[in-house]
Structures are given as C-alpha cells and as structure tokens.
Design a protein around this ligand. Structure first.
Ligand code: ASP
Ligand code: MG
Length: 406
C-alpha cells in the first residue's frame, strides 16, 4: 500500500552536475523505500536556460517565440532523462516524460503559456506499477501540438499544478537555500528561517524582489490551496511551509523585509495640471510594454506639477524614449532619471489588523537619518524608496525594530 503521493520539484542548481543528479536520485528513492509514490519535476541543469537564450541571441535579437520554446524546452528534457538513468542505476524503476507526453496542455502564448488542462492518466498508470514518474518542468503543449514554456522559473508551476491535479499529499520545492528567510541573509546574517508563511505574504515578497519561487506558481497554489514545502536539496532539515493561514498570524506585525535595487526613479518635471495628462503618459508607457511601479504626483500650486514613478532599471532608456514621444503634446519640462535608489519593503498579514506599522517604519528610518523619497502601500506591505547605499542599513534596523531575529 502506498503511504501517499509526493510531488518533488528540483531546481536547476539541485541538478547542476552529475553528482547532484545522483544526489537527487538518492533522495527520491529514499522516499520510494519508505513506501511513497513519487512524481518528480526537474528544471534544466544549472544555467542551461540562460545559456540557450544567449545562444539564440547570437543568431537573432528577435527570435520567433515558437522556436524559442522549442529551444528552451530541450533543457528540461536533458534533466529528466539523466535523472531517470540515475534512479535506474540505484535499482529502482523510473520513467521520464516531456510536458507534452504527459498531456500538460496550455494556451498558445509562447514563452509565457498558461496551463489549461493536465491529463493524469499516464502518470497514474506508471505510478500504479511502481515507477517514479519524472516530468520535465516549465513546458507544455498547445492543442495543436506546439511546444510551449510557462515563463522563467516555470518548473515551480508545473510542480504545483501537478500536485493539485494529482491530489498529492505533499508538494516539495527543493532549492539551494534552506527555505524562506525573514530577509536576505547575505544582507542581515541574523535573518531567520521562517517555519511558515502565508501565500499572500509569499506573493508579496516575490513581487517585491525575493526570488525563491515563481510568483505565478504561488498564485496557483493559493487558488487551489496547495500547501508547499520549500526546502534545501542539500540537507534533510525542514524548510518553510507556504500555506493559507499561519498560527497567531495577527500577532506578528511583519513577517519579512525585502530590498530591491533594480528600479530607477523617473521624474517628469512641470507637467501641466489638467485632466488627461497622466493618462496620456501612462498609456504610452503601457503600449511600449513598460510596467510602472510606484507613482507619485504632487499637488500643484502653480498649475504645474512633478510626476515621479519607478520602473525596472532595464526599462529606463525605453521609458524616456516613450515619454519624449508624448511630451511635445503635453508640454512638460525636463525628464530626470535616478538609478541611485533602493526599494525597502516590509511585508506581513498582521498589518491588516494593527495600526501604527507604517509610522513605526518611518520613525525607524528617520532615526537613522534615512530620507524617504516615495512611499507606497498595499494591504499587507509598505514600501519606501530611499538612497541605494542606505539599503543595507535600512534592512538591518527594520529587522531589529520589528523583532525578526527572535
Ligand atoms: N529552466 C527554466 C528557467 O530557468 C525553468 C525553471 O528553472 O523553473 O527559467
Ligand atoms: Mg532555472
């Protein structure tokens, strides 16, 4: 009798070389020995996906997205076959599949496809005869049999979707860190591994720059309430559970702190204060495919006002180009770019039910003479733009003030 079904996903760094693939095989067969059925999802070896993208870029700057998917999906096909062999070598039965072979059907949006259906019969059949089923992450197939990929980091999504569809008892995401931390331990060595975090907090942290799991996979986990265990493939220690609700969650004001140094602040000076101007600017940015983050517009006393917002640093040049396109029409002044900024954010579901969290954050920064240039908030997060070189200090003092190392 099976003890239950586990879906285990191993990221690129967990299968970066032969030795690590053999390690994964040992872990997987360990669970088989204990009597579990195991479905394994793997990413491409190490930095393979980046290398394939680089290869394509040497041929063209505008590759067809369909061909990009043909190319990138090969990375995961290598991993599944090698892992199957490593498991065979340990004397266990295993079989590898591409996304298309197991029937992970997606829409046609190449390079960022959405899963529409997963056929589970083939997987169930193989599990029944005692095989470990290994599925290539990050890929699917359209109803017309074209290979698609699910966006960078998409193996997480494959794992979560399979766990949901197969009604797995556990979904484990193996990575090269021990779990989710209260903040980046490279910035604050006192950062603490969290035993639990809610889907909402994890989503917020992912969108604010903490890169442990693909944000879309957490959205799906939240939607279908699939608990996720994020843990290290190099140890047996428990990692972090990502779940719907954590115990005493309202007592904890702040769960995590993130620092994002990848944004630039754009300021359009002396924008005429009349209806339709902001709409013109941001419509132009949207149609150029630039996603805008924090936006601040000051009150005007002179019928002219400054508008500031942040974009990804990589989009700064394109942003200016786009604004210049509409600027003659609008009649605004100079456009300033400031890349010397960092976004510091605190995240916690407890904020919903407590007052004074923002005040405490601002006071803490003020006490350290850190100037706040912009502020934005959501239900469960508060972000401030500050000078880049003060980012590390800000993380440390907020970590201390909100008691996150306890
Ligand atoms: N190999 C793909 C990537 O690097 C998918 C994944 O790792 O989850 O984005
Ligand atoms: Mg990867």
């Amino acid at each position: 009798m099976s003890k239950g079904l586990i879906v285990q996903k191993f990221g690129g760094s967990s299968v970066a070389n032969v030795e690590r693939i053999q390690n994964v095989a040992k872990r997987v067969t360990g669970y088989r020995k204990k009597g579990f059925d195991v479905v394994v999802v793997v990413s491409a070896l190490g930095d393979t996906t980046d290398e394939l993208i680089e290869l394509a870029s040497q041929i063209t700057t505008e590759p067809s997205e369909r061909e990009m998917d043909m190319l990138l999906s090969t990375g995961e096909q290598i991993s599944v076959a090698l892992l199957a062999m490593a498991i065979h070598k340990l004397g266990f039965e295993a079989i590898s599949f591409t996304g298309s072979q197991v029937g992970i059907v997606t829409d046609k949006s190449h390079t960022k496809a959405r899963i529409v259906k997963i056929a589970t019969d083939r997987i169930k059949k193989e599990l029944k005869v005692g095989r470990v089923v290994i599925v290539a992450g990050f890929q699917g197939v359209t109803p017309d049999d074209d290979i698609t990929t699910l966006g960078r980091g998409g193996s997480d999504l494959t794992a979560v979707a399979l766990a949901k569809e197969l009604k797995a008892d556990e979904c484990e995401i193996y990575t090269d860190v021990d779990g989710i931390y209260s903040t980046d331990p490279r910035i604050e060595p006192k950062a603490k591994k969290l035993a639990q975090i809610t889907y909402d907090e994890m989503l917020e942290m992912a969108s604010l720059g903490a890169q442990v799991m693909q944000a879309r996979s957490i959205e799906v986990a939240k939607k279908f309430d699939v608990p996720i265990h994020v843990r290290s493939s190099f140890s047996d220690k428990d990692g972090t559970m990502i779940i719907k609700e954590v115990k005493n969650m309202e007592d904890v004001l702040v769960t995590g702190i993130t620092l994002n140094k990848n944004e630039a602040k754009i300021t359009i000076c002396e924008v005429p204060d009349k209806p339709g101007v902001a709409a013109k600017i941001f419509k132009e940015l949207a149609s150029s495919g630039i996603s805008v983050d924090m936006i601040v517009q000051n009150v005007s006393h002179t019928r002219k006002t400054d508008i500031s917002f942040t974009v990804n640093k990589n989009d700064a040049a394109r942003t200016i180009k786009a604004i210049k396109k509409v600027n003659s029409d609008i009649g605004a002044g100079d456009i300033l770019v400031d890349e010397d900024i960092a976004r510091i954010s605190i995240v916690g579901v407890g904020m919903k039910s407590h007052h004074g969290v923002a005040a405490k954050m601002f006071e803490t920064l003020a006490h350290e003479k850190i100037n706040i240039e912009m502020i934005s908030t959501s239900d469960i997060s508060i972000s401030c733009i500050i000078k880049k070189n003060l980012g590390g200090t800000a993380v440390k003092i907020l970590h201390e003030k909100f008691n996150l190392s306890k």
